[in-house]
Ligand binder design. Structure first.
Ligand SMILES: Nc1nc2c(ncn2[C@@H]2O[C@H](COP(=O)(O)OP(=O)(O)OP(=O)(O)O)[C@@H](O)[C@H]2O)c(=O)[nH]1
Ligand SMILES: [Zn+2]
Length: 211
């Protein structure tokens, strides 16, 4: 696997002006992004989020999952801290791709849960890879992460590929009637460390855009 750094630019957002770094995975031709804020190469652990693409949640305001809410909350917390990194990895649908995720959603509309739907389509529950994170972080001079996630398997997978995670920071936000069952399944079947009682409601998420 070869990850090639391509270019960087400013990325103003409602919460802060980040620096956006573009990378290409030469094996798959996929492009991946890192957003950084502040001095992330000073040797101290960096508040970070490793976010997997969810077009429906991140860009289309879907309430079926918690991805969009988590993305927004992570950027907000990095902005409040004044320093941090977000890796945006193009592995849609836990690695099965957008069109298969739509197939999985169709099965969920008929009663399957998120894990059963993947299995009915012939996929395992989670096909994501995290090996590209290490070269991306190395390029940015980041040695260790305080990782915002509820998924202990993500912490294990990152550790396995050589990324040091000094702390796991919970990211429980965006609970709403459409994702309650999905979030319960993630806690029950996928081992996510969260209880619905920990969540802030989607209606509490600040979507106000600041200039
Ligand atoms: N196959 C499939 N993928 C989904 C579904 N809902 C969300 N996703 C994808 O799941 C990925 C996000 O993974 P999650 O399981 O929500 O969370 P996580 O990244 O493991 O853990 P956190 O760090 O706590 O968010 C994104 O790539 C989404 O596109 C679904 O029902 N089926
Ligand atoms: Zn999602």
């Amino acid at each position: 696997m070869t990850i090639r750094y391509i270019a960087s630019s400013r990325l103003p957002t409602p919460w802060a002006t980040f620096t956006m770094h573009g990378f290409e995975d030469e094996a798959t031709g996929k492009d991946h992004i890192a957003l950084t804020l502040g001095d992330t190469a000073d040797g101290q652990p960096v508040l970070g989020r490793v976010h997997s693409e969810c077009l429906t949640g991140d860009a289309l305001f879907s309430m079926r999952c918690d991805c969009g809410y988590q993305l927004q909350e992570a950027l907000k917390r990095i902005a409040e801290t004044g320093r941090g990194v977000l890796l945006y990895l193009r592995q849609e649908g836990r690695g099965i791709g957008l069109l298969n995720k739509i197939r999985a959603y169709h099965l969920q509309d008929q009663g399957a849960d998120t894990v059963e739907a993947n299995e009915q389509l012939g996929f395992s529950a989670d096909l994501r890879r995290y090996d590209l994170c290490l070269p991306m972080l190395e390029h940015l001079g980041i040695d260790a992460l305080q990782l915002m996630t509820n998924n202990p398997r993500k912490v294990e997978a990152l550790t396995r590929v050589g990324v040091e995670v000094t702390e796991r920071v919970g990211l429980t936000t965006g609970l709403n009637p459409h994702n309650e069952h999905y979030l319960s399944t993630k806690a029950g079947k996928l081992g996510h460390m969260m209880a619905l009682g920990d969540f802030t409601a989607a209606s509490d998420v600040d979507t106000e855009r600041k200039p």
